[in-house]
Design a protein around this ligand. Structure first.
Ligand code: T68
Length: 830
């Protein structure tokens, strides 16, 4: 009777469902108006752009939820091996435009809104960025989620729902100030709160031994418990119904335990203390690439790791009665070492809670985990003071010591008693402060370690992980990074995409990016060239308007738009760019009138955030403003040269800037950029690259050829010798002159810039700006010369787009799926 009752109910439910939501403009309008009235609770006769944005977002969200459900039900039924992508950072940016593109309903939405008297593009601008990450690593995670969904892989992303994302950069008098990012203040229609999906997260306390059925067991008696609550963010694939999940965790006070403090009578303080649990997921750490050893950061990492692994294991156990199949059903990917405690947490759950014997547990762990490193420098590797780890997670520290002991024993058998090598490879670093090396732990506990470009792997082999690479050569691989053409072409440059589809005769390249190479045969076609330039011009006009709105500087779209946008770092050498600009300015100032007619006008655009504690990076930002102030107000220069700093650089700013730029700069000292992904986005959009031979640019050069970009500077294998010699090398006069201008106060703030100048003077110059300067100026001169020849320039631009397919994250994800995760597509058939 119960069964038939249930079946009857299901039938009734089905009958109540009016089929899938419809996507014609009329149905979309009806849904938007429904959400205006009943979700946003505004009158349908009076609502503004922001309210319309909210209502439209809820309309899209409903469609996402529908697909999300179908996808999850299908995954559950098929039970394929799943990928779990663990990352402490995701830079998702805006969702509205991206979702409508991936659902294939952008035009319908635009029509629907238009008939209601709203501009779709205007509503898109209402949305703030989800900036839950710092830079390349975090945007890579976002691009990879898009590819995972589009390629129908059964994947889940896990991350933290920071209350405050990356700080907002405000520029006052040319100085960077940081302000909190209140991104959740006006609600977030793109997430689904799952109050009932929550896990207890334990900290502190002690480990005790317990006798259970005659067997000794370790039991961790925690001192503090908080709750991790899930927020789901649907990630739609393009051209598929598959919609995967990005589950972000937020910390809440725990409902259980510790009633004692209430009984002491201090009710108010007890409530306030519990509320402090929320601080764990409150703020993203701004990266300065050197590990800080802060307790809150460690708490965040463990909070994230335990919630995610508990969720994953619960899902596995839903359909499996033992752990025999775990590594055949679960692939766990660690995005850098930040979530590497997951290795220990899974180990702890298997041995302490599931009573699995150590060796078996360890092989389950090693078979399931893989890890990608994004770092080139040994200083970038995370180390956690053992004391800190032991106080916060006493049982985990014991397990780490045990893993290390067994690893050391294995090494001794293999390598003999080479103590210096053993101590290099040990997970535990002995010294004044005992540290746990998270990279060593990750290498030991994972079956695959990936670099993010070919040269990155070579550097890992030669330097950072030399001993490990010799021990386990097959473990070390690379997968060159990629960016998604959905966001970076279709969403951000619709006019270019329309043009490409027209000439290729298909839109299929949006899923099958290899088709882009078809553009190559039209690269010299004058009709395409003409249309290509028109698209660029419109994009430049849009960018010029933005520049004027934020800085008051009027720029000419006839000038070459020359862009460097990325986090501010010494190794990325924004300073080299500034020195080049000062040199150009100096040349123009000293030119005869007749010479000026030959100058190619430039608009130099720089944008990026400096980590709050990174003094030199902040001085670079100030120098940029000081130089801009001088140049932009100099009547001798006029439109020949302008310099603008774009404040608060983020994903949505990049979406505006990249399509509107002619030239982009990627200047890292060779051997310092693990990969670099900005260059790929410019390449796709037909912006020419001016770059060093570093990271993934080496592979871009191979793909499109040296003659389609402007390459300069020392090569990766020349850098170490140059560093040795640099104090005896003569600095070029032109370089010395621009440094002196800054040092002597030509741009004001003489004292303030002194320490900045020092970084490149007197044999300092660790990043070899002096060494690369002349070669940089030559590359810049070549760019000028080419720009005058618009036919040649446009041809190079078309060939850049045509040659960009290898740098799609679709290719990256396909490689990971085949070679590291061993997963297969699982396409929802509806
Ligand atoms: C970047 N790393 C690499 N790190 O610098 C870049 N670090 O070459 C590469 O293309 C990109 O990763 C993707 O692989 C980062 O972005 C961080 O943001 C970071 C954050 C916290 C701590 C350390």
């Amino acid at each position: 009777a119960r069964r038939s009752g249930f079946a009857g109910r299901a039938e009734r439910m089905f009958g109540l469902m009016d089929g899938f939501l419809k996507n014609d403009p009329w149905s979309l309008q009806k849904d938007v108006m429904h959400h205006v009235e009943y979700t946003v609770a505004r009158s349908r006769f009076s609502f503004d752009d922001f309210e319309a944005y909210l209502a439209l977002s809820h309309t899209i969200r409903d469609r996402l939820i529908e697909r999300w459900h179908d996808t999850q039900v299908y995954f559950k039924r098929k039970d394929p091996k799943r990928l779990y992508f663990l990352s402490l950072e995701f830079l998702m940016g805006r969702s509205l435009s991206n979702s409508t593109v991936n659902l294939g309903i952008k035009d319908q939405c635009a029509d629907a809104l238009n008939q209601l008297g709203f501009e779709f593009e205007q509503l898109v601008e209402q949305e703030g960025d989800a900036a839950l990450g710092n830079g390349g690593l975090a945007r890579l995670s976002a691009c990879q989620m898009d590819s995972l969904a589009t390629l129908d892989f059964p994947a889940w992303g896990y991350g933290l729902r920071y209350q405050f994302g990356l700080f907002r950069q405000v520029i006052l008098d040319g100085f960077q100030h940081e302000q909190p990012d209140y991104w959740l203040n006006f609600g977030n229609p793109w997430e689904i709160e799952r109050i009932h999906v929550s896990y207890a997260v334990k900290f502190y306390g002690a480990v005790e031994e317990e006798l259970l059925n005659g067997v000794k067991r370790k039991v961790w008696i925690p001192g503090e418990t908080v709750e991790a609550v899930a927020y789901d963010n649907p990630i739609p694939g393009y051209g598929t119904r598959n919609t995967i999940n990005l589950r972000l965790w937020a910390a809440k006070p725990s409902g259980e335990g510790d009633m004692e403090s209430y009984n002491t009578g201090d009710y108010i303080n007890a409530v306030v203390n519990r509320q402090r649990a929320e601080t764990i997921s409150s703020v993203l750490y701004p990266d300065d690439r050197s590990y800080q050893g802060k307790e809150l950061r460690l708490k965040q990492q463990y909070f994230f790791v335990t919630a995610s692994t508990q969720d994953i294991i619960r899902r596995y156990k839903d359909s499996h009665s033992n752990f025999d199949d775990f590594s055949n059903k679960v692939a766990l990917q660690l995005n850098d070492t930040h979530p590497s405690l997951a290795i220990i947490e899974v180990m702890r759950i298997l041995i302490d809670e599931e009573n699995i014997e150590w060796n078996r547990a360890w092989s389950i762990v090693c078979d399931s985990f893989s890890f990608t490193t994004h770092t080139v420098s040994p200083e970038g590797l995370e180390k956690i003071p053992a004391d800190l780890l032991g106080s916060l997670l006493p049982r985990h520290l014991e397990i780490i010591y045990e893993i290390n002991f067994l690893f050391m024993e294995e090494l001794k058998k293999k390598l003999g008693l080479n103590y210096s090598q053993l101590s290099q490879m040990s997970i535990v670093e002995e010294g004044a402060v005992k540290n746990i090396r998270m990279a060593n732990l990750s290498i030991v506990g994972c079956h695959a370690v990936n670099g993010v470009s070919r040269v990155h792997l070579e550097l890992l082999k030669k330097r950072v992980f030399k001993d490990f690479c010799e021990l386990w050569p097959q473990k070390f691989q690379y997968k060159t990074n990629g960016a998604t053409q959905r966001r970076w072409m279709v969403v951000s440059n619709p006019n270019l995409c329309g043009l490409i589809s027209k000439w290729l005769g298909t839109e299929a390249w949006i899923r099958d990016v290899d088709l882009l190479i078809g553009l190559k045969e039209f690269a010299s076609n004058t009709d395409l060239q003409h249309e290509w330039r028109m698209v660029k011009r419109v994009n430049k006009m849009r960018l010029a308007e933005y520049i004027e709105a934020i800085s008051g500087v009027k720029v000419s779209v006839d000038a070459m738009f020359d862009v460097q946008i990325k986090r501010i770092h010494e190794y990325k050498r924004q300073l080299l760019n500034l020195f080049g600009i000062i040199h150009r300015y100096d040349c123009i100032k000293n030119m005869e009138k007749s010479g000026k007619t030959k100058v190619v006008p430039r608009v130099c655009i720089i944008g990026g955030k400096a980590a709050p504690g990174y003094e030199i990076a902040k001085k670079i930002i100030k120098l940029c403003h000081a130089v801009a102030e001088t140049i932009n107000n100099d009547p001798d220069v006029g439109d020949l040269l302008k310099l603008v700093f774009i404040p608060d650089y983020n994903v949505s700013v990049a979406e505006l800037v990249i399509p509107g730029s002619d030239l982009s700069q990627h200047l890292s000292t060779a051997g310092h950029e693990a990969s670099g992904t900005g260059s790929m986005k410019f390449l796709m959009n037909g912006c020419l690259l001016l770059a060093t031979s570093d990271g993934s640019t080496i592979e871009i050069i191979e793909e499109i050829g040296n003659d389609n970009m402007f390459v300069f500077g020392a090569k990766v294998d020349e850098v170490p010798a140059l560093r040795e010699m640099k104090s005896s090398l003569k600095v070029p006069l032109q370089f010395a002159r621009v440094v002196r201008m800054v040092r002597d106060g030509y741009f004001g703030h003489k004292d303030y810039f002194e320490s900045l100048c020092k970084t490149v003077e007197n044999g300092g110059d660790f990043y070899l700006l002096g060494n690369d300067f002349m070669s940089y100026l030559e590359a810049q001169a070549a760019a000028d010369k080419t720009f005058v020849d618009q036919e040649k320039w446009t041809r190079m631009s078309i060939l850049s787009s045509a040659g960009s397919s290898r740098f799609s994250s679709d290719r990256t994800i396909q490689e990971y799926a085949e070679k590291t995760w061993n997963i297969e597509p699982c396409k929802c058939p509806f």
